[in-house]
Design a protein around this ligand. Sequence first.
Ligand SMILES: NC(=O)c1ccc[n+]([C@@H]2O[C@H](COP(=O)([O-])OP(=O)(O)OC[C@H]3O[C@@H](n4cnc5c(N)ncnc54)[C@H](O)[C@@H]3O)[C@@H](O)[C@H]2O)c1
Ligand SMILES: [Zn+2]
Length: 371
Amino acid sequence: MDKIVVPLKERSYPIWIGEESLSALPSEAQRLKFGSRCVIVTDSNVAPLFSDSLAQQFRSAGFDPLIYAFPAGESSKNLKIVEKGYAFFAQHRLERKSFVVALGGGVVGDLAGFLAATYLRGIGFLQAPTTLLAQVDSSVGGKVGVNLPSGKNLVGAFYQPGAVACDLSALRALPEREFRAGIAEIIKYGIIYDPALFDYLERNVQPLLARESSVVAHVVKCSCEIKGEVVGQDETEGGLRAILNYGHTIGHALEAISSYNVYLHGEAISIGQVAASHLSAMQLGLNDESVQRIRNLFQAFGLPTELNLTSAKTEKLFQAMALDKKVSAGEVKFVLAERIGKVVWGQKVSRQQIELALAKLKPSKTQPAKV
Ligand SMILES: NC(=O)c1ccc[n+]([C@@H]2O[C@H](COP(=O)([O-])OP(=O)(O)OC[C@H]3O[C@@H](n4cnc5c(N)ncnc54)[C@H](O)[C@@H]3O)[C@@H](O)[C@H]2O)c1
Ligand SMILES: [Zn+2]
């Protein structure tokens, strides 16, 4: 098992990465001096796969675990489910020393973390991410929260877990499309921070898609190291942490205008990252070869890189970008790449440049227009 530490002074925490790494969590709970009562918060897909064995591991270490499972899917990440969670916690008499274990993907991690951050003004919190996206991104860094009808992730908190365990064996059960979507965030780390990771991904497309253990372990580890380093320097997104949003301005807008049911998050940010690479070429002189390498890598992993919006949809995309919660003083700012491995944030981009970038995403063999 590998261990990475997210450096946040007295709130520093370990990320355990490996096959069967969930076994590290009961001893982490002991180290953190949590009380015996805990709730494993999970969803309806993950519960039958892993919750009993995790509960058994906590029981063997002297803890008293309960399981709270809600219906799987983004549509559960809301305040109604949070309220049901609070009711469950109250019914089972959770106390200040009790703790929550988030077992599942990013939806579970965000919701369970929000429960932990707010119940009794904050109880213990451990992360057991089971999707690739959650292992390389959402379980690390302490952003927790839920959606409102008016927008995604509008209610939340920064609440760091006491420990994270990325159990690589859990990824074997993950559907192919979800696995590929997680790779989009890993490619992002290559572009924003680590050219060697980008090269490694180029050289290991098939082994990663085949989920070869050593390759999955390497990319999860590199990703957690990068996210941990960035969050360690800028926990609440005052500066550097913004680089993690590379490709996300257009990606989030695309998710919003398609009502969150066309693209998985990783798919939307694949398109967003390719668009951002075109903007980077226009604005910062990112060279053509790099733009092509970026597009080719997403394509090699079967992720979408093309977009053909009607003018009405393009208008909606601009409206959605203007509503993005990262907008400040009405200005949409982009993270752009100088080269693979080096980005800058806070870049102003004109509407015309975005339109040019979107034009470059049009499929090369467009259908003849129906007249
Ligand atoms: N907090 C953050 O920093 C952060 C960062 C990125 C994304 N997010 C959030 O994460 C969420 C998306 O996370 P996600 O992509 O993990 O989605 P998800 O949690 O919905 O999981 C995807 C699907 O896989 C299933 N699943 C989970 N683990 C499995 C396994 N091992 N085997 C089989 N099926 C499994 C789930 O039940 C679900 O159906 C979004 O809500 C997004 O806003 C948060
Ligand atoms: Zn993302």
